[in-house]
Design a protein around this ligand. Structure first.
Ligand code: F6P
Length: 319
């Protein structure tokens, strides 16, 4: 059977490892691997080809995605989705593995309700905001990138009497900020999921300052849109010379961690094995409680990801 892989939406470290394993594993089980270039845009415009080993040689350690990605406005229109389906049919593609996030899965959900597509999704986003999975491909590398940046900022912050506000990505999800704040020992963490209790945090900080604290590290999730506000508070109310660092797309790139590479391999094998069972597809492979399973795409896109209560409770810095 011809099987295709596509990346869509924001790229994440580990996508190349997934693409490589997809091609290698297809050959191993006697299936024909195809690569769809430029995400949904390429699917619409028929930018796809039968893969050879040489297409995926030497890509494992690289960030980004060699088959590229896109955020497609056109895919919102039925006529373009129909065109995309006809392209898949033309090449006899009997199953698709899609590396993507929430937006991609919403598009695929609509697509597979309209057309008979055999599709399995792999949650791939540094935001880690997909319902039903504890982990999305790429998040481990992004967390390590943030940790490294915070460790460096901590060095300079603790050398001066300064406050640093570091903004992390994540869209509406505070996962990156929360885990980074806990694992880096930040003094302040502001995420969209929890209302920032400024009087309580301020009282704690004032107490610590009275006891000798001379720097403050605040992690702010981009989804709160509070970066400047927090910086103003630290500067004006708390009396700290304050610097702001927006980590931005640095968080998206970089060589994938060993964990992300291994997870890419395992996600892909799960996805292909499922496609080959011939059961009704349109599923997302999820990683929950230390194991893989498959969820209906409807369940994934119609529910909201919630931060782990244990992680939230570890953020007692907030109160
Ligand atoms: O979804 C991944 C992500 O990196 C978000 O964290 C961020 O808000 C967004 O993509 C940035 O998108 P773009 O690369 O289109 O600017």
């Amino acid at each position: 059977m011809a099987l295709a892989i596509m990346g869509s939406g924001g790229d994440a470290p580990g996508m190349n490892a997934a693409v490589k394993k997809f091609v290698d594993y297809c050959f191993e089980v006697g299936e024909e691997p195809w690569l769809i270039y430029d995400g949904l845009e390429g699917l619409i415009d028929d930018r796809m080809k039968k893969a050879q080993h040489s297409d995926v040689a030497g890509i494992l350690h690289r960030g980004g995605c060699v088959i590229r990605s896109s955020r497609s406005e056109r895919f919102y229109e039925y006529d373009y989705r129909k065109q995309a389906f006809e392209n898949l049919q033309k090449h006899g593609i009997g199953g698709m593995v899609v590396l993507g996030g929430d937006g991609t899965f919403r598009g695929m959900d609509r697509f597979c309700h309209e057309f008979p597509i055999n599709f399995v999704g792999i949650p791939t986003t540094i935001d880690n905001d997909i319902y039903g999975t504890d982990y999305c491909l790429g998040v481990d590398t992004a967390l390590n990138t943030i940790r490294e940046a915070l460790d460096r900022i901590y060095d300079t912050a603790s050398t001066f009497k300064r406050a640093f506000v570091v903004e992390t990505m994540g869209r509406e999800c505070g996962y990156l900020a929360l885990i980074s704040a806990i694992s880096s020992g930040a003094e302040v963490c502001v995420i969209p999921e929890v209302e920032f209790n400024r009087p309580v945090v301020e009282a704690r900080l004032r107490q610590e300052i009275a006891e000798g604290r001379n720097y403050i590290l605040a992690i702010v999730a981009e989804g709160t849109k509070m970066t400047e506000k927090i910086a103003g508070w630290l500067e004006v109310e708390m009396g700290f010379e304050t610097r702001v660092t927006v980590l931005g797309h640095v968080q998206r790139g970089g060589s994938p961690s060993s964990f992300d590479r291994m997870m890419a391999f395992e996600f892909v094998i799960e996805a292909i094995q499922y496609l080959l069972t011939g059961e009704a597809s349109d599923k997302i492979v999820v990683w929950k409680g230390g194991g893989f399973s498959l969820l209906d795409i409807d369940t994934v896109v119609n529910n909201k990801y919630r931060l782990n209560p244990l992680h939230l409770s570890m953020l007692n810095l907030l109160d």
